[in-house]
Every structure is written in structure tokens, then in C-alpha cells.
Design a binder for this molecule. Structure first.
Ligand code: ADP
Ligand code: MG
Length: 402
């Protein structure tokens, strides 16, 4: 799950990471109030969307598609400028390198005290699965595309690791500060920031924290000027506050619906819908479909605790996708019973109409009963006894549709 910059900065502030004062706004008049409250002459007027590259993005009118303004992050030097920028941003469509050409509608704005920047750095914390640890990456080449830095000057990216249980080693943090050529107060502030962020990352079950730019101000303070924070959804049960931070308008409607039913659903570009239980089996099913020359239309894991209702929803989500030309159901019955899945699939098909070929592979608990249910229904269902057979069949059947 992703959150907005302004929300990330609330968490930073609580954790002791320095940020500029700022106020979240929804309207132009909010933005003007925020300017008055902040009391600084220079402010940054910042579009809030779940994508980076806002500064270099372009704003378009939603209806006419006319270009409204270049730049989704603007520095305003007066109240009038705040008004102008807020008007140009709120309700517009912001297209950045990360949004795709459709862009995203800006419903939220952040007005933040301006910062006099001496230097921009890059800082990120990520889960490093290979090292079973949290990787901290930093570079003096901040403010720009880090992918470009990684490609052209990989030596400019410095790495240390912070252990999820033992925490960050002071020596490593100091070494990082030195690699960034920081001295005195700035060096101390970076070390303390790295400790705070490491703690925050673990406590809140983050999957990523990216601060680009982290800046050294003219007075030597180290300040997080941007905040991109995402959380591991699997840990959301530990953090009830996460639900409050979720911005549904930033998420795909079907993905939200899937999430509300305990399903993990990701839409993909192919034409074969997949309904599978277990993330590993879902990945394997997608691989085997590809092996036989097909393209999966989605990743969908109905999970271990799937019910008749959640499976009906899952099947409905697949059927709604216009790109789907065939469906593979691959269930390994454990706690979940194959005959219950069969009945749910039939129910959803009867409700929504099944117009594409369907291949079902059942294995494990009640697979015989499941197959019986399918054999005795009115739907045109093909059954398979192995994943390979099922994948081959659905790829063949979708090909013959064309
Ligand atoms: P994005 O990464 O989406 O483009 P940022 O938050 O990084 O958005 O902002 C883009 C640039 O705007 C930053 O690199 C920084 O130079 C400038 N900027 C952002 N916030 C402020 C601020 N409060 N004061 C001064 N400059 C800012
Ligand atoms: Mg940024």
C-alpha cells in the first residue's frame, strides 16, 4: 500500500526525521489559509498523487485536455502565486514519467514551507531479500532519476544494511555520512536520521521509504523534502491506522474490491484469466501459461481462507475484464474444498454469463467431488488433472477463439 507525501511526512515527523512545516489542502481556499498559517514568504505548492516525477510533470484540464501548467511542484513567492498554482493543480490531470500517459487526477495538495537548499541527496530504504536485511542506499546525486545514476555512475550509490532485529550499526551510519561528504552538524543529523528511519521502517512494516531529495539546507540541517512510503499489505492487520491512510481514489477500483474480499489481484496485459489459491501456485500457473505460449490477464490469489462469496467475487472480477478470452482455474485443495470452489464458479458464471472457454484443474481436498459438480452442471467446462494439461488446454482454446 502506498501513501501520499504529506502522510509520509507525518510519520517522519513522529519518528524524529526533520521535515519542513506543511499543511494538507483540498481546495484553493485551504491553500491560501495554509500560506497564511505557515507565515513563510516562500512555499512549495505540491501536487499529491501516488507517483513520483511530479516536479517535471505536466498538468492538463480534465475536460478539454488543454495543457494548464508545466510542473506539479511549484515554488510560490507570494499569496497570489499560491492561489494561481493551487487553481492550476487541484482537479487537474497530472502526467509524469511514472503515471503513464493517462496521468492521475490531483485531489490533494500540500503547501510546505520553502527550503533553501545547499545540496540534494538521494536516500532509500528497501527490503533486501537476498541479504535478509534492510538495505539503505544513498547518493550525493539526489533530485534526479536514480535509475540513471545507477546506470551511468553506480559507484555514486553507497549501500549499508540495517538488521531488522539488531537495528542499525552506528559505525555503518557514520561511514555512510562520510561517503556523502557530510561534516559536523549535517553528519550528526544524517546518522540520527538513518537510525530513526531504520526504526520506522521496521515498526511500521514498510516495504520502501524513498526520500528524493533529502537535502542539506543552507544552515546545515538534513531535511526530508520528499517522502515516498509504502507498506507491506500482509502486515496491515497489525496496523489499524493504515486503513485510514489508504486513499481509495488512488487505487484501481477492482483492486480495492478484491482487497476488501481478501483477494490479491493484479491486472496484467494478457488474455487468460487465472483464479488460483496461493501466491506461489498463482505465480507457477502464470509461468506455465507463458510456457505454452499464452499471456495471463491477471494475477489472482484467492488465499487460504477463501469463501463462496470471495470466490464468486474473484470469478466476477475476471469475467468483467474485456481482455479475458479464456479462464484457467487452478486449485490445490487444502483447507479449501474443491467442490465449494466448483459451486462458486458455477454461481458466478450463471450470474454474470460465461462467454469464454473455462478450464478447471482441481487437486487435493474433495477434488473428485469438485469434478463431479462440474461434470453435472450446464456450463461448458473443460477439466484437467495437471497444471501443465490445464495450461496447454486453455492456451489452445483461446487460440481457436481468434
Ligand atoms: P517529485 O519527486 O515528485 O518531483 P519532489 O517532492 O521531489 O517531487 O519535488 C521536486 C523538487 O522540488 C525537489 O527536487 C526540490 O528541488 C523542490 N522542492 C520540493 N519541496 C520543496 C520545498 N519545500 N522547498 C524548496 N524546494 C522544494
Ligand atoms: Mg522527489
Amino acid at each position: 500500500m502506498n501513501i501520499h507525501e504529506y502522510q509520509g511526512k507525518i510519520l517522519f515527523k513522529q519518528a524524529g526525521v526533520k521535515v519542513q512545516d506543511g499543511i494538507h489542502c483540498k481546495t484553493v481556499s485551504d491553500a491560501l489559509d495554509a500560506y497564511d498559517k505557515l507565515g513563510t514568504k516562500v512555499v512549495a505548492v505540491k501536487s499529491q498523487i501516488h507517483a513520483g516525477g511530479r516536479g517535471k510533470g505536466t498538468l492538463y484540464d480534465q475536460e478539454t485536455d488543454d495543457l494548464v501548467m508545466e510542473g506539479g511542484v511549484k515554488i510560490a513567492f507570494s499569496r497570489e502565486e499560491v492561489e494561481k498554482y493551487a487553481e492550476n493543480i487541484i482537479g487537474r490531470r497530472l502526467v509524469t514519467k511514472q503515471t503513464g500517459s493517462d496521468g492521475k487526477i490531483v485531489n490533494n495538495l500540500y503547501v510546505e514551507a520553502g527550503c533553501s537548499i545547499a545540496h540534494e541527496y538521494y536516500l532509500a530504504l528497501l527490503v533486501d531479500r537476498e541479504e535478509k536485511s534492510i538495505l539503505i542506499m544513498a547518493s550525493t546525486e539526489g533530485g534526479m532519476d536514480i535509475e540513471e545514476v545507477a546506470e551511468n555512475t553506480p559507484e555514486a550509490i553507497h549501500k549499508i544494511w540495517t538488521h531488522p532485529i539488531d537495528g542499525l550499526n552506528e559505525k555503518d551510519a557514520v561511514e555512510m555520512a562520510e561517503k556523502l561528504d557530510l561534516e559536523g552538524k549535517s553528519k550528526q543529523e544524517l546518522v540520527s536520521m538513518l537510525k530513526s528511519l531504520s526504526r520506522l521502517f521496521v515498526e511500521k512494516d514498510c516495504s520502501m521509504i524513498e526520500i528524493n531529495p533529502l537535502v542539506r539546507s543552507d544552515s546545515g540541517e538534513m531535511i526530508a523534502l520528499d517522502a515516498k512510503v509504502s507498506f507491506d499489505d500482509n502486515a496491515s492487520f497489525r496496523h489499524p491506522w493504515m486503513e485510514e491512510m489508504r486513499d481509495h481514489s488512488e487505487e484501481e477500483e477492482v483492486e480495492t474490491r478484491a482487497h476488501d474480499h481478501g483477494l490479491s489481484y493484479v491486472k496484467l496485459d494478457g488474455n487468460i484469466g487465472c483464479l488460483v489459491n496461493g501466491a506461489g501456485l498463482a505465480m507457477a500457473s502464470m509461468d506455465v501459461i507463458k510456457l505454452y505460449g499464452g499471456e495471463p490477464a491477471n494475477f489472482l490469489d484467492i488465499g487460504g481462507g477463501a469463501t463462496r462469496e470471495s470466490i464468486t467475487t474473484a470469478f466476477g472480477i475476471i469475467l468483467e475484464d474485456d481482455n479475458v478470452e479464456g479462464i484457467l482455474v487452478n486449485i490445490f485443495g487444502g483447507i479449501i474444498q474443491c467442490d465449494m470452489v466448483a459451486r462458486s464458479v458455477i454461481e458466478a458464471s450463471n450470474d454474470l454469463g460465461l462467454k469464454v472457454p473455462l478450464v478447471v484443474r482441481f487437486s487435493g481436498t474433495n477434488h473428485v467431488e469438485g469434478k463431479e459438480v462440474l461434470d453435472n452442471c450446464d456450463l461448458d467446462v473443460h477439466t484437467a488433472s495437471t497444471l501443465a494439461e490445464g495450461a496447454e488446454k486453455i492456451v489452445y482454446l483461446t487460440r481457436s477463439v481468434e
